[in-house]
Design a protein around this ligand. Structure first.
Ligand code: C2E
Ligand code: CA
Ligand code: CA
Length: 775
């Protein structure tokens, strides 16, 4: 639908109004004029009728004079008296011709009729008899009489000598020329019509053939005698033409166009006037509507700008009318919205607790810093600062104190890093964006921050010790975009946390490693379901009794795209993602099922399964193990579970509880990787373990390292003192095996015997080993 603007609507309305008014007044004027003109024409016609009658009268009088001259002519009288027909006829002919009469007649006293025109057949019609009687009485008479369908104006005189000896008459036919003459004199169309008892006939007149027919039709429909009537733009009046014969009428007419002619110019003028008024009205309407719509349009533009978020458009308001008021209201609205938006924006981009910009500002600030650093040839340093012990503060003191600490820490950092931008990332993390040419100056600032927290914060009268970790990444050295810069600074923070460094700079490859870890953790479960993960077995040999066999189940992951993934790499990943319990259950299930197979093959063997720290926190693990052993009918003493020292240190009580439950099942527990952690002997004593596995790092070079020999020897002694059996892993040579044996080590595991093998190959290996043993 086309859009009708207000301007167009108003314009259409106003111009339409003017046009309608003009049209009405034009029509009204025309109607009035027409009426006046028609009335005028009627009056004219009526007076024309009178004039017509008078002219006819005059004509009759002239005729009468000439007839009188004839009747008084002595020769004629004599001829009449002597009834000399021939003389009478020639006199009639002569006289008629002289007075231009159409016919001359003499009616002798004996009633005999002599006419100038031989063809003239005069019936003695009533009118003629009337005329005769009048002439005999008064000496003269006149009337129009119809003879042979023609109208004649007859004037009749008595011929006296001195008594009446006859009657003489002259007749003038009412013909075209009379009508034309009458028209000339009256200015009207003249027609003579007669009613023959049935219908009207046109005798003569000025009208053309076509008009005559129409006129006769009009006359036929009603009796129009004596009154004005109008048809076909003709104003007409029918008057009696004869004295006696009422059927003979003269119709006088004037065309309306003729009377209206003088007014047609007025018409044109009226029309032009209306046109001029309409145009003027249009121009006026245009100005009027523009004066209204222009400011409205300006305001609408401003409203659109406000909607688009531009609040600074200056509006110059000059008018003092309502529109001016509206514009002023707009301005104050614009300002109010602008201020409010500013406020909302500020609130949305700032942390209400510390007053620092929040994470919404990270990328704008970072990108700004990056673009400013380029021309200066400086680097952008991104520091992620996290309060190491915040959870503890929050939990042990209170949330209010936690909030106060956050506020204090934020302010402290901002005071130190005045040249940079400090933001609050979330919870207990802050972010600082700094620019510098040298890394050293930033390292110094990081030191200043740590130093600032050396003294405890004073919060609500409490001394609160705060420590922070700082992760750092540099643009453009460490990252090419703001996004990766932030990710890498966070990675550095995490690395620092893990490795107990309070300031940790991002190092090349960490992000890639991180991404690979992400990939591994995403792929793990589908790989397990797809059978890309399998279990290998490595033999454990008793050094005293070589036929006492054990095995350690070790997981292998062969990814179709990534290839072989070392358990050292992915175990850590799935531990941190919580997927380790899924793996452990799968390993337990597979290993116990494999134990069943081995026992069925009559191989006496134990199998060790590695547990991770998280497994020990799951309460239903002992129940799960018991169920598996039962369903596979595998005795509990055939199962060993290996746990690392560090695993037990976390949530020690819970771990201990679960370990006891496992031991109570009859399962043997081992301490794996012994020597790498910090566990003390006293702690070890409390654990329900039966085996101690010395970490391979002490074994691999045992034959050459005196230190390792010392450690391993004392560890074995220590284990025995605590009543534990001792296993050495990573035994690669006979020499090392011999050394271990001389130290009293109970069991050895290592490449000397075999690498971890798939189940089938492992069974083959065992058969071969046992066969060699007996031979
Ligand atoms: P670990 O429990 O200390 O396992 C012993 C590791 O030493 C195995 O590495 C084994 O292949 C290797 N090893 C054995 N003998 C020798 C030797 O003579 N020389 C050398 N250089 N190495 C030897 P692997 O299989 O790569 O496993 C690495 C670690 O991954 C394991 O250390 C264990 O902590 C973890 N892991 C493996 N499988 C599992 C599992 O099923 N569950 C859990 N939670 N962790 C597992
Ligand atoms: Ca192990
Ligand atoms: Ca180990």
């Amino acid at each position: 639908m086309p859009k009708f603007s207000y301007l167009l609507k108003l314009l259409t309305f106003l111009i339409g109004l003017v046009v309608i008014l003009e049209a009405i007044s034009y029509v009204a004027t025309r109607v009035v004029i027409n009426k006046a003109v028609t009335q005028n024409a009627r009056a004219e016609l009526l007076s024309g009728g009178e004039l017509f009658t008078r002219i006819m009268q005059t004509k009759v009088e002239q005729l009468a004079l000439s007839v009188k001259v004839l009747t008084e002519d002595f020769g004629f009288k004599d001829a009449v008296a002597t009834s000399d027909e021939k003389t009478i006829a020639s006199a009639l002919i002569n006289h008629s011709a002289r007075v231009k009469a159409d016919v001359g007649i003499l009616i002798a006293s004996d009633g005999k009729l002599i006419a100038s025109d031989q063809t003239f057949g005069l019936q003695i019609v009533d009118e003629f008899n009337n005329l005769k009687e009048q002439a005999q009485v008064r000496g003269q008479a006149y009337d129009i009489i119809i003879v042979d369908g023609r109208a004649y104006q007859f004037v009749m005189f008595s011929v006296k000598a001195p008594v009446v000896i006859g009657l003489a008459a002259m007749g003038f036919e009412i013909k075209q020329d009379l009508s034309v003459e009458l028209q000339r004199l009256t200015g009207l169309e003249v027609s003579f019509v007669i009613h023959d008892g049935k219908q009207y006939q046109y005798l003569s007149g000025t009208q053309d053939e076509k008009s005559r027919v129409v006129l006769l039709q009009q006359m036929q429909t009603e009796n129009k005698q004596g009154e004005v009537f109008v048809y076909d733009e003709l104003i007409s009046l029918a008057v009696p033409a004869a004295r006696q014969n009422n059927d003979l009428l003269a119709v006088l007419q004037v065309p309306l166009s003729q009377v209206l002619a003088p007014f047609s110019r007025l018409n044109v003028q009226l029309f032009l006037l209306a046109l001029v008024f309409s145009v003027l009205a249009g121009i006026a309407a245009l100005f009027l509507t523009r004066s209204v719509t222009h400011p409205v349009r300006v305001l609408a533009d401003i409203a659109r700008k406000i909607a688009g978020g531009f609040y600074s458009t200056p509006i110059a308001v000059t008018s003092k009318d309502e529109l001016g008021d509206l514009a002023r209201a707009f301005i104050s609205m614009q300002q109010a919205i602008g201020e409010r938006e500013q406020q909302v924006l500020y609130q949305s981009e700032h942390d209400p607790l510390t007053g620092l910009p929040n994470r919404l500002r990270i990328f704008p600030e970072l990108e700004d810093a990056i673009s400013r650093s380029r021309p200066l040839k400086e680097s952008v340093f991104l520091l992620v600062i996290d309060i190491k012990n915040f959870t503890q503060i929050n939990d042990e003191l209170s949330q209010e104190i936690g909030d106060a600490v956050l506020r204090e820490v934020g302010q402290k950092i901002a005071r130190i890093l005045t040249h940079g931008e400090v933001l609050r990332l979330g919870s207990d993390e802050f972010l600082a964006i700094l620019m510098a040419a040298q890394r050293d100056s930033i390292a110094e600032l990081a030191e200043l921050i740590h130093a600032a927290f050396k003294t405890p914060l004073l919060v609500s009268g409490l001394q609160v010790s705060v420590e922070v970790n700082i992760g750092l990444a540099t643009y453009p050295q460490d990252a090419e975009s703001a996004e990766s810069l932030l990710r890498r600074a966070n990675l550095a923070l995490n690395e620092g946390r893990g490795s107990e460094q309070c300031t940790c700079w991002y190092e090349q490859g960490w992000d890639e490693k991180h991404l690979r870890r992400l990939h591994l953790f995403r792929e793990f479960e589908s790989s397990l379901n797809a059978g890309h993960i399998s279990l290998y077995y490595q033999p454990k040999i008793n050094l005293e009794r070589a036929d006492t066999l054990g095995a350690e189940a070790l997981v292998r992951w062969r990814h179709p795209e990534m290839g072989f993934v070392s358990p050292d790499e992915f175990i850590g990943v799935i531990e941190s993602s919580g997927q380790i319990t899924i793996l452990t259950r799968w390993v337990l299930k597979t290993a116990i099922a494999q134990l069943r197979v081995l026992l069925d093959e009559k191989i006496k063997i134990t199998c060790s399964v590695n547990l991770s720290a998280l497994d020990l926190l799951v309460d239903d693990l002992p129940a799960y193990v018991a169920e598996l052993l039962q369903s596979h009918k595998v005795p509990a003493e055939n199962l060993y579970l290996e746990i690392t020292e560090s695993a037990i240190m976390r949530e020690a009580d819970k771990c201990l509880h679960n370990l006891r439950r496992l031991r109570d099942l009859g399962v043997t527990l081992s301490i794996d990787d012994f020597g790498t952690g910090y566990s003390s002997l006293s702690q070890l004593k409390k654990l329900p373990v039966s085996e101690l596995k010395i970490d391979k790092s002490f074994i691999l070079n045992l034959d050459t390292s005196a230190d390792d020999q010392l450690i391993v020897r004392s560890t074995i002694d220590l284990g025995h003192t605590l009543g534990l059996s001792v296993t050495a892993e990573g035994v690669e040579s006979e020499a090392i095996k011999a050394l271990l044996k001389s130290y009293g080590c109970d069991t050895a595991q290592g490449y000397l015997y075999s690498k971890p093998l798939p189940a089938k190959e492992f069974i083959q290996w065992v058969h071969k080993y046992l066969a060699e043993l007996t031979s």
